[in-house]
Design a protein around this ligand. Structure first.
Ligand SMILES: CC(C)(COP(=O)(O)OP(=O)(O)OC[C@H]1O[C@@H](n2cnc3c(N)ncnc32)[C@H](O)[C@@H]1OP(=O)(O)O)[C@@H](O)C(=O)NCCC(=O)NCCS
Length: 340
């Protein structure tokens, strides 16, 4: 092998695809899209450095590996990193050399941020390489499919005192909300911050919440909220004029995060990809109950897929018993977020 290194050029993605073949896993598939021409960092195009490793095959230079570091728009305390090497070129130090070069680039990042972060799948070469490179797990994330009717539907009382079950009951409690709603955007942003103490997203503006989770480009196409029962400030005899506070929310997306994995692991019906969260000021028991009720509504007739980090305590309280009882399944092996 005669390995040399150069900056990424347009067209390298196709050349590498031909050499690499299918990605090792769904995280590799996602991060391949981060390999792109280096950027000095402008609004909408974060700072990025991307390096290609070439070998000489029959006298011709052929790309065999690549690595990238780039600034994140959220979670700005670290840079994202991704490295991939062709299977027949692994374990000969190319990954380590790419990482060393990327670290040198990172030492000049305009923000001054140099620490790295990556996503790997447990028990894979990527995880072993991350450990070798000194990146330790800071979070585990699981893709879970909740099977239809895994949870019994909640019984909601309506403000006029009647009780009923399921989607049609409690119309002042379960509501559709436009994804552009300010009230929704606010609770989504505060929930997201509350579950990321392990890798701070910093102060998230309403615009960032919209761009990240809610606008059309994210694939978001509907939102459901579970509200507290509305109450009148003038006592039980007076009809409340305001809606109750949001306790839990769910945003559904047009495509499953990993349709292939979801199809393979959960039968023919493709689960809907949903982001479920709660008002972060709820006490833990209330939050767990709200999230459980929301999930029971979402997965009443059709499977849903959620990404569940270990830091999402309320979601875990609802889903871990389902995993143990076979009413929910893992759609993919665990992802580890590793960092320094
Ligand atoms: C991770 C990856 C880039 C490593 O590339 P590489 O060129 O094989 O890495 P190196 O040869 O520099 O390996 C450096 C060290 O990492 C560890 N390592 C790498 N692959 C390993 C494996 N399959 N099993 C155990 N340890 C491994 C070893 O300690 C190795 O040192 P050694 O060979 O002297 O024992 C490559 O396996 C890959 O492309 N995986 C798929 C994409 C991916 O998961 N990327 C990780 C996200 S950053």
């Amino acid at each position: 092998m005669a390995i040399s290194y150069r900056a990424w050029r347009d067209g390298d993605d196709l050349e590498l695809l031909a050499i690499w073949g299918d990605p090792d896993n769904y995280q590799a598939r996602y991060f391949r899209s981060a390999l792109a021409v280096s950027s000095a960092g402008t609004p909408g195009a974060p700072w990025r450095r991307c390096i290609v490793a070439e070998d000489v095959v029959d006298g011709i230079a052929v790309a065999v590996g690549a690595g990238v570091v780039y600034e994140a728009s959220l979670h700005t305390e670290r840079l994202w990193a991704y490295i991939e090497v062709a299977r027949d070129h692994r374990r000969s130090g190319i990954g380590s050399t790419l990482l060393r070069m990327l670290r040198a680039e990172a030492s000049d990042s305009p923000s001054g941020v140099t620490r790295l972060r990556a996503k790997v799948i447990g028990e894979t070469p990527g995880a072993a390489f991350a450990a070798f490179a000194g990146l330790a797990p800071i979070q585990r994330s699981r893709l879970v499919v909740v099977q239809p009717a895994a949870l019994s539907l909640p019984v909601f009382g309506s403000s006029d005192g009647a009780t009923g079950q399921g989607e049609d009951a409690g119309s002042d409690i379960v509501m559709d909300l436009a994804t552009g709603s300010v009230e929704l955007t606010d609770v989504v942003g505060r929930y997201y911050s509350s579950i990321h103490s392990w890798d701070s997203p910093g102060v998230i503006s309403m615009g960032q919440v919209q761009r990240q989770f809610l606008d059309d480009l994210t694939g978001a196409h509907g939102a459901l909220v579970l509200r507290a029962r509305p109450a009148s400030a003038f006592g039980a005899g007076v009809a409340p004029s305001r809606k109750g506070r949001i306790r839990a929310f769910a945003i559904s997306y047009a495509e499953a995060a990993d349709p292939q994995a979801a199809e393979e692991d959960s039968g023919p019906e493709r689960p809907t990809d949903v982001f479920v969260g709660h008002e972060p000021d709820l006490d833990p028991t209330d939050a767990a109950e709200a999230v459980r009720d929301m999930l029971s509504l979402l997965a009443y007739q059709h499977p849903v897929m959620v990404e569940m980090d270990d830091s999402m305590t309320a979601l875990r309280a609802a889903i871990e018993p389902l995993l143990a009882g076979g009413k929910a399944t893992l759609a993919a092996p665990d992802t580890l977020i590793v960092a320094e």
